[in-house]
Design a binder for this molecule. Structure first.
Ligand SMILES: [Cu+2]
Length: 164
């Protein structure tokens, strides 16, 4: 039910109406009518609860390391599992690597661009081509819809210097 409902949200409100019970459909169509029962659209997208004690961290490179490009980045995750994007399993997610940026919006899908790299196949490492200079790396886990967990599972920032 949850997966079907979430997928339907991507496909449009018409499918939400078809997929959900009459009660939910009514609230989705008119969230202002029942603000206490279902706090608006954000809650219908929702955020997966983070498994208590779960930690995401950068295994390599080390903070303040100086190294040449390409840079091999290894993702660490404890207390939660890796699942491919689109797979709705409790206590799982897939990695996202933030390069020279950070995340400020946790209630919506993580952007997908050169600075927000998704590993939707469940990868746990990557190799980055980076220009010489100082760079920051940070990992954040996202759920099957690329939305951070609640609270977000986000790593410490790793700062590196790439040599010419
Ligand atoms: Cu993603």
């Amino acid at each position: 039910m949850h997966a079907r409902f979430s997928l339907s949200l991507l496909l449009g409100s018409a499918l939400v109406l078809a997929a959900c019970s009459q009660e939910n459909a009514t609230e989705t169509a008119a969230p202002a009518a029942a603000p206490a029962a279902m706090p608006a659209v954000t809650a219908t997208i929702g955020r997966k609860p983070a498994p208590p004690g779960a930690v995401v961290y950068v295994i390599a490179p080390m903070n303040l390391q100086t190294l040449p490009s390409p840079v091999r980045v290894v993702f660490g995750l404890q207390g939660a599992g890796v699942a491919p994007a689109g797979v709705d399993l409790p206590n799982t997610g897939h990695h996202h690597l933030l390069v020279d940026t950070t995340l400020t919006e946790f209630d919506q899908p993580i952007p997908a661009d050169a600075q927000h790299i998704h590993f939707g196949l469940g990868q746990t490492e990557t190799t980055l081509e980076l220009p010489p200079g100082r760079h920051t790396l940070q990992l954040v886990l996202g759920d099957q819809l690329h939305v951070p967990h609640d609270p977000p599972l986000i790593s410490d920032v790793v700062t590196i210097v790439v040599t010419p």
